[in-house]
Design a protein around this ligand. Sequence first.
Ligand code: UGA
Length: 430
Amino acid sequence: MIGTGYVGLTTGVCFAELGHSVTCLDSNEEKIAQLKNGGCPIFEAGLEDLLKKNIAAGRLSFTAEYAVAIPGADIVFICVDTPPGEYGKANLTNLLAATRECAQHLDGYTLIINKSTAPVGTVKTIKEVIGEIAIGKEFDVASNPEFLAEGTAINDFMELSRIIVRTDTPKASATLKACYASLIEKGYPYIETIPQSSELIKYASKSFLDMKLSFINEIADFCEIIGADVKEVAYGMGLDSRIGGKFLQAGIGYGGSCFGKDVQALAMKGEELGYEFRMIKALIAVNSLRYRVALNKLLKNLGTLKNKKIGVLGLAYKANTDDVRDAQSLRVVLELLDAGARVTAYDPEAIGSFKKMFKRSNEVIFATNVLEAVTGADAILILTEWSEFKALNITDIKTTMSGTLIVDGRNILMRKTVEAAGFTYEGIGR
Ligand code: UGA
């Protein structure tokens, strides 16, 4: 498993749990040292326990050396980051560097699988790169996109919605099928596609989810104009099985390491090939300004943000993760500071990663719990839907705050309860 990020580590640990012998490789030696001791560098529900269990069982090991991980491997999964590059195109530098290193150490038949999200045509490129280096070596290259979501990644792997693969030879197909055999036996769909389809399934799936979310966010804005409640509207829509209720929670827009960059990369790939994705471009536009909805509600009620104390609850881009990559909190907190607000922030897991990523962290006060974050605050701003925030003790909060405004960017509180306690409640689209 090349790369021990969210995808590589979770996938590696889960394959070990299925009974395979897995070596996870990462160039970051500090991370490898931590993993060797059973320490988990990311917060992902259930991952650390499975990690420890499989190390103890002798099925899972870690290394920073290609010479250790690659020779003798039946399958190599490439799970490295493909960050946004120039003009939003996927940057394949890390992916191709990993490919070259891997190619130098092939020994015996090896199936190399790209799991990194990369544009249509990347498998072909990987094949060419390996072919130039691993002369005379027997290998195949395949694609097997991942659909894990952070926070539910273990479950998403063990009870997956589908296994999509693209293989070119019967040997590659048999090797990959054997790898997933125990999940295929359980009846999870295993679908072999023609070359370009598997890569596109990943991008098209994500864009569709983004579209659903941006759509409901537009409906939420319209709800506010006509006095409807978007939660009721989404529930009513979702009962139609053709629509489904998932990804219809209106709020401050999507974030995370993948959504923004992958949708952008698909739009750019289209342009490169002379095709304009009009709907996809529209959803990018809708989401890019979405974070402002929370700021506008603060401004509407407070008049100005200058010298106002704002208690920010939630920094992670969604609940159950410590990840803040491309989180809406980064944009919102920046705007709050620029507008002269004093920000105290609390998140159950993501303060450490926020401090690392947000350049002006020294201007933010970080609290160790909710009460500390809201003490003396003119307003509370909820940015992440953590369960802890759903069960806020409204009465305690009321006595410690100096203002009475709650802006609920995730629609997790009940308007009636909050208003009955004497607060002004601002949800999204309700
Ligand atoms: C997403 C996809 O869901 C996975 O299938 C995919 O494998 C993964 O990206 C990837 O390519 O790595 P993830 O980024 O972990 O997974 O997060 P999601 O749960 O999909 O949420 C994305 C964003 O949309 C979050 O900011 C979340 O708060 C927001 N969201 C989601 C809403 O605002 N409302 C919703 O109803 C659903």
